[in-house]
Design a binder for this molecule. Structure first.
Ligand code: GKR
Ligand code: MG
Length: 415
């Protein structure tokens, strides 16, 4: 029997290059932050996790990790209890307004699953209940974007995309490179009519592609009610058009197009009010903030019972997160839409063998035990140096946007 008790937990903050992508909150900074988690067991097995890299999450992880020694990697209840004890005090420090505890549990939990899989020769999707699909479909995630960062960093090779033509070009490239079927447009940036014009251009060019639009709560209820007839039949779902459960319930009552969310149903406490108000009919789950892979499987079951659609949200991320998302999706029977991923926007990588490759818009479950990926230690060290050098410790899209457009100001809803 392998010794699967935790002997050591290491957390390494990293920064990787990120293009100037636009959203309702502003513009992406030149570097995005992540943390790489290594859980080492008594027999020397190392399990991997990838999570947020902002200061509050790093601080909370630093509080918890010294207290995990001796815990079995299969004892997820024990992990949650220890995190609960040690994260509470740090919560006040988390200014993002997001819940820290499920993020911290998730960060370590994924590495525990990987360690257990590696120690026993099992894949994580098998441990999660068994593989129900050979490959996992992902969507082309389009962003309006500037051609270059404000700091003068050399331009990326995607170029500027601020018009319908720019979006079509971006989608064509994304499809040619990765074969994605569904297309998601990150919106809430320009006047909604302009963004819908972009969607129509995508529809004209890709008549078969399922489309989605995500203004991140950037539209008022009134604006959304006015525009939603134009979206009926054009999009497969409308993602977080306006703010909050109440506002979105008003929109959902007026349209047959399902509303989806990764903003307002992000914790179990949001599920009952969502069901009571029939606000969102699709949950875009994310194991990084739902408390990990086990909690995400439970969420999937809840969605199945209550007749909610289910797919996956993403943030800027690297290959360990993508591998975890793929194992989870492969073991989730009721995945009803193609998953989101920012992965094509990232050129840096922290796993051996470089970037994972999509085929026909889908990713096969990485081969091998656990998550099926291993750390490229030289790249980890380089991205950690990049973290130390870049000086970014918190994601701040608003400040970044003001460097490009000094008159810009944040508002949600904005239009
Ligand atoms: O990367 O700019 C972005 C996205 O807007 C991200 O922050 C969102 O969390 O992808 C996400 C979403 O679907 O809302
Ligand atoms: Mg979203």
């Amino acid at each position: 029997m392998p010794d699967t008790r935790i002997a050591d937990v290491r957390v390494t903050p990293i920064a990787f290059a990120d293009p100037p992508l636009l959203n309702n909150a502003g513009c992406h900074q030149p570097f995005a932050l992540r943390s790489i988690i290594e859980v080492e067991t008594g027999d020397g097995t190392v399990g991997l996790g990838e999570s947020y890299g902002s200061q509050p999450v790093l601080k909370a992880l630093a509080r918890v990790t010294p207290h995990l020694t001796g815990l079995d990697v299969t004892d997820l209840n024990g992990l949650a209890a220890r995190c609960r004890t040690h994260v509470t005090g740090a919560m006040d420090a988390y200014t993002g307004g997001e819940r820290l505890l499920p993020r911290v549990i998730a960060a370590i939990e994924v590495a525990c699953w990987d360690a257990y899989g590696k120690a026993t020769g099992r894949r994580v999707c098998d441990l999660l209940g068994g593989q129900v699909r050979q490959t996992v479909p992902f969507s082309a995630y389009l962003f309006y974007k500037f051609g270059q960062h404000a700091d003068g960093t050399p331009p990326d090779d995607w170029g500027e995309a601020l018009t319908p033509e720019g979006l079509v070009e971006q989608a064509a490239r994304m499809k040619a490179l990765h074969g994605f079927d569904a297309i998601k447009l990150k919106a809430g940036v320009f006047e909604p009519e302009e963004e819908i014009e972009g969607l129509r251009a995508l529809r004209d060019t890709f008549p078969e592609a399922p489309l989605r639009i995500d203004p991140n709560g950037g539209w008022s209820v009134e604006t959304t009610l006015k525009l939603s007839p134009q979206l009926d039949g054009l999009v497969e779902y409308l993602e977080d058009p306006t703010v909050g459960i109440e506002g979105n319930a008003r929109v959902q009552a007026a349209t047959d197009t399902p509303l989806a969310t990764n903003m307002y149903v992000v914790h179990e406490s949001h599920l009952p009010p969502n069901m009571a108000r029939d606000a969102f009919r699709v949950i875009l789950s994310d194991h990084h903030y739902w408390g990990g892979l086990r909690a995400s499987r439970e969420l999937a079951r809840i969605c199945e019972i209550w007749g909610l659609g289910l797919s996956m949200h993403s943030n800027s991320h690297l290959g360990i997160s993508l591998a975890a998302m793929t194992h989870l999706a492969a073991a989730t029977p009721n995945l009803t839409y193609d998953c989101d991923t920012h992965y094509p926007w990232q050129s840096d990588e922290v796993i051996e063998g470089g970037k994972l490759a999509f085929t026909g818009g889908c990713l096969a479950v990485p081969e091998g035990p656990g998550l099926g990926v291993t750390l490229d230690r030289a790249e980890l060290a380089r991205l950690h140096r990049q973290y130390l050098a870049c000086g970014i410790t918190l994601r701040d899209d608003a400040t970044e946007m003001k460097k490009h457009r000094p008159d810009w100001s944040f508002a949600r809803p904005k239009f």
